[in-house]
Design a protein around this ligand. Structure first.
Ligand code: 6PG
Length: 242
């Protein structure tokens, strides 16, 4: 796919890929389980999804989950669940939307969510599609630099600590994220150019750039990036990811 001129073009392509993944999953397995990303980048893609002609996406067989969330009530402005409801789920009729924050502590919420993930995914434990962003510090989901969460090898969902807005988080871990049938990274903006170069070209250092633990080891990764985020990439890298 091209390196996109801007977030609008990137989001339209991401929405098309979301629709294709959904139709493929429902055709093959009768349902589509997707992990949404938080932050602001996905908003435009969600708008593209809700604007698609009726029948483009099998919403009635679609189960929305989250790759991570801030440990705040789902009604809080900072909640990824709230953002997903406002920009997507409130506009379509999905089979289910599973919020992550449903207990008194991040760890207890993570335990509940892991049980739900196992129920939804069955023994293969493979999300059909995972949408991920990346922070200017190189984090993805809520796997933050300098935190042990990126090194989790057994648990599928854990409580984590962020080094930015809202410290307490709940996040899917590399074992679960990397087993996704497809991962789309949506990365736009000049503030992502430095970490994106570390992820795609840099020495391996998960503590510095946790996104490497997903981008370099997951089953199937597609990068949807804009020119601003790609500014520091070598011609070889641009060719490799296009
Ligand atoms: C979160 C997200 C996080 C996000 C990045 C990028 O809870 O904040 O899940 O991992 O994807 O921080 O955020 P932007 O898209 O807002 O730059």
């Amino acid at each position: 796919m091209p390196i996109f001129s801007d977030l609008d073009a990137l989001s339209a392509d991401a929405a098309q890929r979301f629709a294709e993944a959904a139709l493929d999953a429902v055709r093959q397995r009768g349902k589509f389980v997707v992990a949404l990303s938080g932050g602001s980048t996905p908003r435009r893609m969600h708008a593209c999804l809700t604007a698609m002609p009726s029948g483009s996406i099998p919403w009635a067989q679609t189960h929305l989950m989250f790759g991570d969330d801030r440990f705040v009530p789902p009604t809080d402005d900072l909640s990824n669940e709230r953002m997903a409801r406002e920009t997507l789920a409130d506009h379509v009729q999905v089979a289910s939307l599973d919020g992550m924050v449903r207990a008194d502590t991040p760890a207890a919420s993570a335990d509940l969510y892991e049980a739900l993930v196992r129920e939804r995914l069955g023994s293969e434990l493979a999300l059909d599609l995972t949408l991920l962003g990346m922070g200017p510090d190189g984090h993805t989901a809520s796997l933050f630099p300098g935190q042990i969460s990126v090194h989790e090898k057994k648990r599928l969902v854990i409580g984590a600590i962020a080094t930015m807005s809202v410290r307490d988080r709940v996040t899917m871990t590399p074992p679960l994220l990397n087993n996704s049938r497809e991962i789309l990274f949506l990365v736009a903006g000049a503030d992502k150019a430095a970490p994106l170069k570390r992820v795609l070209e840099g020495d391996e250092n998960w503590d510095e750039t946790p996104t490497q633990a997903i981008a370099r080891y997951a089953r199937n990764v597609t990068w949807l990036i804009d020119e601003a985020a790609a500014a520091n990439l070598s011609p070889e890298t641009r060719a490799r990811i296009s």
